[in-house]
Design a binder for this molecule. Structure first.
Ligand code: PLP
Length: 423
């Protein structure tokens, strides 16, 4: 037999993957390689099909290869894949974002969530003339140096406190506070409040598993930012256009100064955005002194995909997605209860999370105390049954609009079988 694709990958790509969580390090085993995907399903290079709850980490809200999106991208590609000069679709996508998210008066398109978070941070520092910022343990905002301290997602999966190569100086202005903990936040603000440029937060934390905010948490952050003259930056890379048309901020009734978006807004292509109050956004070059740029920013294929996806999403789409999320969440709860396995199934609107823990999970410490070995066993039990959950217990489940009730029920049946093996 020849070398496997994973062996070839591992020889030429560090760890065999281009983003760490894909390597299955947290759950063991070797990753499969995707050949194609349609709707709720992925097909691997061995022609095996899986019900997919990763969905490009939430980007594919319509399911994979939605015909409207494929058509839009194909037509865009036929007209050229990148110009380095403005296009009408960039304007249309900016208008579409502003129309859905009232706090966003102006928007800059970039290519990844990491870049959006990095830009938002620089902008907040430039606009306030302050250096420090507050982030919450377990929230992931991409892999820019200053934001990597106590991040969730792959950093949590690998058990790294941050990353090698991040110098103490780079994170010296990063203040880390536990999620959902006003007492700790107020202590930090009492000392550093006058130097804090921004509080950045996932309004629904989805990178330490799914941890919804405690009632009043996001509202309380808004009040504290206003009180201390800091900007509130909501990271809606996962929640934007996914939990509702206006994202988590509209559902919480909170107006941030800046927001960042990714995933759904790019329709599965490399596109993300930073947006907010015009007065703050106008600090960006070429109008203002805060530099930011990108060869592929506002890429014509990505804007075509983003516009196609946003155009397909109606208020009813979110109702349908929420019904699917609740069907999945209650099915998971029932399956584990029947097997006598203690579990916390979290749901926030259209998102679902799963912790093997006896007590509710409200922050990163609690998420880390969950039984991740048990999650790994569930993951493999499901994979054996052709169901692909995230290959780490620090992630979120993403039912898409392509998942039918039959798909969800088949998933719940598979989970019930695995739960009996775990119990
Ligand atoms: C909340 C959040 N912010 C930022 C990012 C970084 O986005 P990207 O992977 O596109 O750089 C992610 C990625 O998963 C995310 O979930």
């Amino acid at each position: 037999m020849g070398e496997s694709l994973f062996e070839r990958a591992a020889a030429r790509i560090p760890g065999g993957v281009n983003s760490p969580v894909r390597a299955f390090g947290a759950v063991g085993g070797e990753p499969f390689f995707v050949a194609r995907a349609h709707g709720a399903r992925l097909v691997d290079t061995e022609d095996r099909s899986y019900l997919d709850y990763v969905q490009s980490w939430g980007a594919s809200i319509l399911g994979h290869a939605h015909p409207v999106v494929v058509d839009a991208v194909q037509r865009a590609a036929a007209d050229g894949t990148s110009y380095g000069a403005p296009t009408a679709r960039e304007v249309e996508l900016a208008e579409a974002i502003c129309a859905r998210v009232p706090s966003v008066e102006k928007v800059r398109l970039v290519s990844s969530g990491t870049e959006a978070a990095m830009t938002a941070l620089r902008l907040a520092r430039g606009a306030t003339g302050r250096a420090k910022f507050v982030k919450f343990a377990g929230c992931y905002h991409g892999h820019a140096d200053a934001l990597l301290a106590q991040a969730g997602s792959g950093v949590a999966t690998l058990g790294l406190p941050g990353s090698a190569g991040v110098t103490p100086g780079t994170v010296a202005d990063t203040i880390i506070v536990p999620y959902n903990d006003f007492a700790a936040l107020d202590d930090a603000l009492a000392v550093h409040g006058a130097d804090v440029a921004a509080i950045i937060v996932e309004p629904i934390a989805a990178n330490m598993g799914l941890v919804p905010p405690a009632p009043g948490f996001v509202e309380g952050l808004r009040a504290r930012c206003t009180q201390h003259g800091a900007l509130l930056v909501l990271d809606e890379v996962i929640t934007g256009f996914r939990v509702g048309p206006g994202g988590a901020q509209v559902l919480a009734g909170v107006t941030p100064d800046l927001s960042i978006f990714g995933k759904v807004v790019g329709g599965g292509l490399p596109l993300a955005a930073v947006g907010g109050r015009a007065a703050v956004m106008d600090e960006l070059a070429p109008l203002g002194p805060v530099y930011q740029a990108g060869t592929l920013s506002g890429n014509p294929l990505a804007t075509a995909a983003g516009l196609a996806v946003l155009g397909e999403l109606r208020p009813e789409s979110y109702d349908a997605l929420e019904r699917s999320a609740e069907r999945l969440a209650s099915g998971l709860r029932g399956a584990f209860a029947d097997a006598g396995v203690p579990v916390q199934v979290t749901r926030a609107f259209t998102l679902v999370g799963l912790f093997f823990a006896a007590e509710p999970v409200g922050d990163y410490e609690a998420a880390r105390r969950a039984d991740h070995g048990r999650y790994a066993r569930l993951f493999h039990g499901l994979l054996d049954r052709d169901v692909f959950f995230a290959p780490s217990g620090y992630e979120t489940l993403f039912p898409s609009l392509a998942h039918t009730d039959a798909d969800l029920d088949a998933t719940i049946d598979a989970v019930a079988e695995c739960a009996r093996e775990l119990g």
